[in-house]
Design a binder for this molecule. Structure first.
Ligand SMILES: Cc1cc2nc3c(=O)[nH]c(=O)nc-3n(C[C@H](O)[C@H](O)[C@H](O)COP(=O)(O)OP(=O)(O)OC[C@H]3O[C@@H](n4cnc5c(N)ncnc54)[C@H](O)[C@@H]3O)c2cc1C
Length: 390
């Protein structure tokens, strides 16, 4: 007997977003995860919903749709999700040049503004005034406390009509209309969504050719709650971040910024370090991150990398405490062809949604909604470059 219209394998942000979109589309949904509590990339991130990083066009639009769904869901479920906005700070002329070019070409459509040092500190009192040349404020970014938010969504989903959540349910085999767990339980349905994150390439390996996808490991830290109610103000991103997000790719000064960073700080380049900070509801700062790719990934975290991240974070933000309470790493899957995610149908009735790289919190809700509502368009936009037979 078919118990659900839809089975979703993997309850990270991509799977949860797909479950919510499918239920809103009138489907009976079962979502399962191998873990009993959330453990994947979706609870290891900064919780930055980051439209400012997405290039204009469909990706920015999907990020903005995700933003609206996050705000709505936070209201319904009751988790920390603040319209904090973001501040890109410039302590070097080349950083400010990129921000100026970006604001002059896209600032208006994104409501982003170029600011003087005084204005920067008006929005973001936590940044250092010394040497600050200026910054770019964007009001669109959200601050989601991912580790509590995802856990609350897991609980909430289990109580919603039309959705069933199965934890401790590890999928061993997938075939059209049928998934089977490692302990022999079987779920039947009309459509399967595989949203299994970076470890989820095992079921349809031909959909993930090794030269077209790679894993990326990021090291992160969290401070103790800042004393005295100290507030940073907005998310903060340093100049090196401009190299990481597609939104800035067309800024003519980006090449000079890249060259200067690799000349001056090859070590930061080697570890893929760029500095971002968010502050969660209890006052703790989340600080990151580094980027190590593919075969260079080891299970071991590198203390030297953490020291470099902290050293530079302290140059941007004047937090009263840098006492580190937690360290961890997360891994995501990304495409190597420059595209932002994968939506693929390896067999009829089975849809893979994966490889959102560093933008899963930003894109998932918008992407999931578009996959559920208009699968043909999503497959066309985000499918593999070369059609594969599997
Ligand atoms: C350190 C770090 C910082 C980041 N910061 C941000 C940020 O600030 N903003 C942003 O937009 N993005 C950010 N990202 C990216 C974002 O976190 C990811 O894109 C997103 O979490 C990926 O979601 P997912 O659901 O695909 O994966 P996951 O969250 O890993 O979920 C996959 C789930 O599938 C389950 N699963 C796997 N295999 C099976 C199986 N066989 N059977 C059952 N279940 C299975 C796993 O248990 C897991 O729960 C960051 C990522 C990292 C690592």
């Amino acid at each position: 007997m078919v118990e659900s219209d839809v089975v979703i394998v993997g309850a990270g942000i991509v799977g949860l977003a797909t479950a919510i979109a499918a239920v809103r589309d009138g489907k009976r949904v079962t979502i399962c995860d191998r873990h009993r509590l959330p453990a994947g990339a979706s609870i290891r991130n900064f919780g930055m919903v980051w439209p400012i990083g997405q290039p204009k066009g469909p990706l920015f639009d999907l990020a903005m749709r995700s933003r609206a769904i996050w705000l709505d869901l936070a209201d319904q479920v009751g988790f920390f999700c603040e319209a904090s906005g973001s501040m890109h700070v410039a302590y070097r002329d080349d950083e400010f040049n990129v921000l100026r070019e970006f604001v002059s070409s896209e600032g208006e459509s994104r409501r982003a503004q170029l600011l003087t040092p005084q204005e920067v500190r008006g929005h973001t009192p936590g940044v250092h005034a010394d040497g600050l040349i200026g910054g770019m404020y964007s009001p669109l970014e959200l601050n989601v406390e991912s580790r509590t938010a995802i856990a609350k969504v897991w609980d909430w989903i289990g109580s919603q009509a039309g959705i069933r959540m199965l934890t401790g349910f590890e999928i061993a085999r997938v075939a059209p209309h049928r998934v089977e767990s490692t302990d022999g339980r079987v779920l039947e349905c009309d459509r399967i969504y595989l949203t299994t994150g970076h470890e989820g390439t095992v079921h349809y390996p031909a959909s993930f050719p090794p030269d077209a996808f790679c894993q990326c490991k990021l090291q992160m830290m969290r401070t103790i709650p800042q004393p005295g109610g100290w507030k940073m103000g907005t998310h903060v991103a340093g100049g090196w971040t401009l190299r990481h997000y597609g939104a800035f790719a067309d800024c003519p000064s980006l090449a000079a910024l890249r060259t200067r960073i690799s000349d001056e700080q090859p070590e930061f380049d080697r570890h893929g370090i760029h500095i971002m900070l968010s502050q969660h509801s209890s006052g703790d700062l989340i600080i990151g991150d580094s980027h190590v790719y593919g075969d260079a990934i080891t299970p071991f975290d590198d203390e030297h990398t953490d020291r470099l991240i902290l050293e530079h974070a302290k140059k941007l933000v004047n937090a009263p405490s840098w006492t580190i309470d937690q360290r961890w790493h997360g891994i995501y899957l990304k495409r190597t062809d420059g595209r932002s995610l994968l939506v693929h149908e390896p067999e009829k009735g089975v849809t893979i949604i994966n490889a959102m790289g560093g933008a899963g919190m930003t894109l998932s809700f918008g992407v999931a909604e578009s996959v559920v509502k208009d699968p043909e368009l999503a497959l066309e936009r985000f499918g593999p470059l070369v059609t594969q037979s599997v």
